[in-house]
Design a protein around this ligand. Structure first.
Ligand code: UT7
Length: 337
């Protein structure tokens, strides 16, 4: 029997500071009505300095390890997805490794796939577990957006969308005797199209310029994320729908067989459009965007965690996950929980 991956522990961490739509409307030209109608977001969590991405990752990872009943010394690998690293280099997985006290020598890598980061990171872990390279991997999605947003009238189209947070799972190699009952990751599917790279990106700093960072770039606001909202929206609906179909077809599973859909949380309207397109009843789609907004690589593990807490996700259920984001990148996976 070949080894498969299985989630044995899950954790999440949201910083305590709640920022409501009204809080933002007090600072910039926006309103609770606009944000709620266009996105479904009511509030988000933002860190307070000196909290960093690896700090959020540490909290989520500690809980995930506890729930798996293992310690940092039991890990064979750390894979961390983020678009908001603590530093340009080394990767945030290394900072997390030190803070969590994962033993020296254990490999730690970053995945830079933005909103699809957790699906990519899970797929990376899945491959290593299937081949026997590792037996137990910590997979993390963590983001601090708030420190890098343009919270001014000019940046309002982007800044109202994002929140800070982290989610983590422990994935272990497992033998699957009965695929219809034994918990495991059935398959992962990854895609990208770099032609959309500049539709959602952070132009500067970067080695594309004469100097990594200039005062002019700071003055021009190039150090803030830029988005073509319409293009992201249209592509997200198309690609996430395709990705769901792909993972179902790969496993010969009819859409009715899926008990719960945990989608990336970019915009409630995107998830409603995907559900409508595929004929998924709204009660099967688990959303957290109203409370936590878009936490990029962290939305999927936070969603899985919240679904478990609320009893929406029970052992034995079939869960379909799909995400889309900057890159463009998109992907899906199917899990027997
Ligand atoms: O993981 C990927 C992350 N990003 C996304 O998923 C974003 C995908 N795109 C979207 O969700 C939508 O495009 C948005 C929610 C960002 C925008 O919704 P929209 O219906 O496409 O609005 P729009 O960009 O066409 O803007 C409509 C109006 C504009 O005013 P005018 O030109 O009609 O006078 C904007 O200036 O809304 C204005 N606007 C705002 N008003 C109040 C843009 N941002 C805001 C804001 N508050 N925060």
């Amino acid at each position: 029997m070949t080894a498969r991956a299985r989630i044995t522990g899950i954790g999440r961490y949201l910083p305590p500071k709640v920022v409501t739509n009204d809080d933002l409307a007090a600072r910039i030209d926006t309103s609770d009505e606009w944000i709620t109608q266009r996105t479904g977001i009511k509030e988000r969590r933002w860190v307070e300095h000196p909290t960093t991405t690896s700090d959020l990752a540490l909290e989520a990872s500690t809980e995930a390890l506890e729930s798996a009943g293992v310690g940092p010394g039991d890990l064979d690998m750390v894979v961390l997805a983020t678009l908001s690293p603590d530093h340009e280099f080394p990767g945030t997985a290394c900072f997390l490794q030190a803070k969590l006290d994962v033993p020296a020598g254990v490999p730690a890598m970053d995945v830079r796939q933005q909103c699809t980061g957790f699906v990519y990171a899970s797929s990376v872990a899945d491959q290593f577990l299937r081949t026997g390279f590792a037996r137990r991997i910590l997979v993390v999605g963590a983001e601090v957006h708030s420190k890098g947003l343009d919270v001014s009238d000019e940046g309002r189209d982007v800044s109202v969308l994002f929140g800070d947070g982290a989610g983590a799972v422990v994935m272990e190699a497992t033998e699957v005797a009965d695929p219809s009952a034994d918990p495991h990751l059935l398959s992962t599917h990854l895609h990208a199209d770099g032609r959309g790279a500049e539709d959602l990106w952070l132009p500067a700093p970067g080695m594309a310029y004469d100097r990594f960072m200039s005062h002019d770039q700071v003055s021009a606001g190039d150090v803030y994320p830029k988005m073509n909202g319409r293009s992201v929206y249209v592509n997200a609906v198309k690609r996430m729908s395709e990705a769901v179909v792909e993972t179902l077809e790969a496993n010969a599973a009819p859409i009715e067989a899926v008990d719960l859909f945990v989608f990336h949380q970019a915009n409630l309207r995107i998830n409603e459009a995907v559900s409508e397109r595929l004929g998924i009843p709204p009660e099967k789609v688990f959303n957290t965007i109203d409370r936590f907004a878009n936490t990029t690589a962290a939305t999927i593990p936070i969603g899985l965690y919240e679904a478990v807490q609320q009893g929406a996700l029970q052992p034995g259920m079939l869960v379909a996950v799909a995400a889309f984001g900057s890159g463009f990148t998109w992907g899906s996976m199917l899990l027997r929980w």
